[in-house]
Design a protein around this ligand. Structure first.
Ligand code: FES
Ligand code: FES
Length: 220
């Protein structure tokens, strides 16, 4: 994938590389065991760790959330399928790190939730689209997407909203080419790109004017 930081090359491990790493760690501990019995025990423990569930605490939208996960459980699955109440804003679309519908922010960086292991997110600040605003109190980016018709079917929209927040935080004065680059990790099959970029520009204008809301040209 292209430039947006943290998705996925410079942030999370793939599930495959994680499991290979975990298996390697288990094997290493077996080699270092003092005798055959402890070696077997270490191997058995490693196998149990790989196949069982464990409870982790994730900090999501400023709240501590306990959730049972397997080593292979993705952050997206933890959010959508294993939390109660569930956080379903991040969408499962491609499940292979190519569309960006599952984008969340971890420690300030946009990442693909479907390519990030939940167990590796402990101690990190996770922000989902729900963390930016609600239908009753939308963020300026969410508001601008509505005002500029930056959505059709809406499946890509939560990911774009999160990625736009991240892009504008990182580059408040990004020009259109920079915005395109920052959002290049997100795909919209409905082709709403012009409206999405209009929304981003409207937010830039309103923030520059200090209103905090989409203003001029936002269609109000
Ligand atoms: S669902 Fe994660 S990148 Fe498409
Ligand atoms: S609005 Fe349908 S995929 Fe973007």
């Amino acid at each position: 994938m292209g430039g947006p930081a943290g998705r996925p090359s410079d942030q999370g491990l793939s599930r495959r590389s994680f499991l290979k790493g975990a298996g390697g760690a288990a094997a290493a501990s077996g080699v270092l065991a003092a005798d055959a019995a402890s070696q077997e025990a270490a191997t058995a423990e490693g196998a149990a760790t790989l196949s069982g569930t464990t409870e982790v605490e994730l900090t999501v939208n400023g709240q501590a959330r306990k959730v049972s996960v397997e080593p292979r459980t993705t952050l997206l699955s933890a959010l959508r399928d294993r939390m109660d109440p569930a956080l379903t804003g991040a969408k499962l679309v491609c499940d292979m790190g190519s569309c960006g519908a599952c984008t969340v922010i971890i420690d300030g960086q946009p990442v693909y939730g479907c390519m990030t292991l939940a167990a590796r997110c402990q101690g990190k600040a996770i922000t989902t689209v729900e963390g930016f605003g609600s239908p009753d109190k939308m963020s300026d980016v969410q508001d601008a997407f509505c005002e500029k018709d930056g959505l059709m079917c809406g499946f890509c929209t939560p990911g774009f909203v999160v990625a736009t927040h991240a892009a504008l935080d990182r580059k408040p004065n990004a020009d259109i080419d920079e915005l395109k680059y920052e959002l290049s990790g997100n795909l919209c099959r409905c082709g709403t790109y012009p409206h999405i970029f209009e929304a981003a520009k409207a937010v830039q204008m309103s923030r520059a004017a200090g209103t905090g809301e989409a203003q001029e040209g936002a269609g109000r």
